[in-house]
Write a protein that binds this ligand. Structure first.
Ligand code: UT7
Length: 324
């Protein structure tokens, strides 16, 4: 018997304020044509004044609990993947815990930028497999636009805000790829690539929040290479062929990255869940937002094989292969 972390519910939340490329072009030297052609992005949601990452996280977690048919008092672990915590400390997860779950359960944040949700899944999967949690929530939540330099058109048009969450519950399997639940996670990082994608501030350096800085072309190249390798690694570890994957739910940074990676893998682009057009890059929130979209519109169904993959600042990257 193998313990598996089964996705029992999925939920998401987007701030009400939707901003189109045309809206952005009124305040930034850009155009709908450039953004659409280079990225596939058509709009993004942006937090309102006073709206915080924890607000988004709590709303997404409530939706995931509702979809799982569970109440918060059944949860024994909360992990929030975020780059934009409400405060430097305490963790945003503690806010979620206070709002949703019984006092005393562990809660903490994971910081792996755009790979954060995959990192969070891996951490919680290991807690569940070790018998230290039976029901957990993993949330990817970002008020990422708070990190943008609105005078830098190379970055400010690319990102948005939002949150997505899954409820994971301990289940039993036979130990093969027919099991329901998380079949594998693989995580990587390469800190030598810091200067490719980073925020130029922080409590320990400038005592300011800082802004996102990115060498877009180089990040693009690394993303395609690392994500392709991550997918091969997940398939090999599970003795699964690419053709067995029902859905790829990738981190949503750029439609061209999604298309190029699918092409390199020989995977039909129609099997890739795409939300970057609607949400832009929401960092740690992008995978659970896309997963929620695929489940909500009926494309992703119980029993199907879903491969999540992400790459972000650090660099960090990784994958999670899950049977729904
Ligand atoms: O989530 C973490 C991972 N992040 C990523 O994966 C992002 C990866 N990188 C990318 O998605 C792409 O590299 C970008 C979308 C960031 C940029 O696309 P690109 O095709 O690599 O464009 P570029 O950087 O080569 O810029 C081309 C031109 C430049 O003008 P010149 O120098 O050729 O005259 C830029 O100044 O486009 C210009 N440009 C813009 N023009 C209008 C850059 N940003 C804009 C803009 N609007 N917003």
């Amino acid at each position: 018997m193998t313990i598996r972390s089964v996705i029992a519910g999925v939920g998401a939340y987007l701030p009400a304020n939707a901003v189109s490329n045309a809206d952005l072009a009124k305040r930034v030297d850009t155009s709908d044509e450039w953004i659409t052609e280079r990225t596939g992005i058509k709009k993004r949601h942006i937090v309102a004044d006073g709206e915080k990452t924890s607000d988004l996280a709590i709303a997404a977690a409530r939706a995931a609990l509702g979809s799982a048919g569970l109440s918060g008092d059944k949860i024994d672990l909360i992990v929030v993947a975020t780059t934009t915590p409400d405060e430097t400390f305490p963790a945003t997860a503690a806010r979620v815990q206070a709002a949703l779950a019984r006092p005393g359960i562990p809660s903490f944040d994971v910081q792996a930028v755009c790979s954060g949700f995959v990192y969070g899944l891996a951490v919680v999967d290991n807690f569940i497999k070790a018998g230290q949690a039976k029901s957990a929530i993993v949330i990817g939540a970002e008020a990422f636009t708070r990190l943008l330099d609105w005078s830098d058109r190379n970055t400010c048009v690319l990102f948005g805000d939002g949150a997505g969450a899954v409820v994971l519950t301990a289940g039993e399997g036979r130990g093969d790829s027919a099991d329901r639940g998380i079949l594998s996670t693989h995580l990587h990082s390469d800190g030598r690539q810091h200067d490719m994608l980073y925020v130029d501030g922080g409590p320990g350096s400038t005592q300011t929040t800082g802004h996102v800085r990115m060498k877009g072309k180089e990040v693009f190249r690394h993303a395609v290479t690392n994500l392709t390798e991550a997918v091969h690694e997940a398939l090999a570890a599970n003795s699964v062929q690419a053709s067995a994957i029902d859905w790829i739910v990738p981190h949503q940074a750029n439609k061209r990255i999604l298309d190029t990676t699918a092409e390199k893998l020989g995977i039909d682009p129609s099997k890739v869940i795409v939300t970057v057009d609607q949400h832009a890059n929401t960092s740690a929130a992008s995978i659970p937002l896309a997963l929620n979209q695929g489940v909500a519109d009926g494309r992703i169904r119980p029993g199907q094989l879903v491969l999540m993959e992400a790459m972000g600042g650090g660099f960090t990257w990784g994958s999670a292969l899950v049977r729904m």
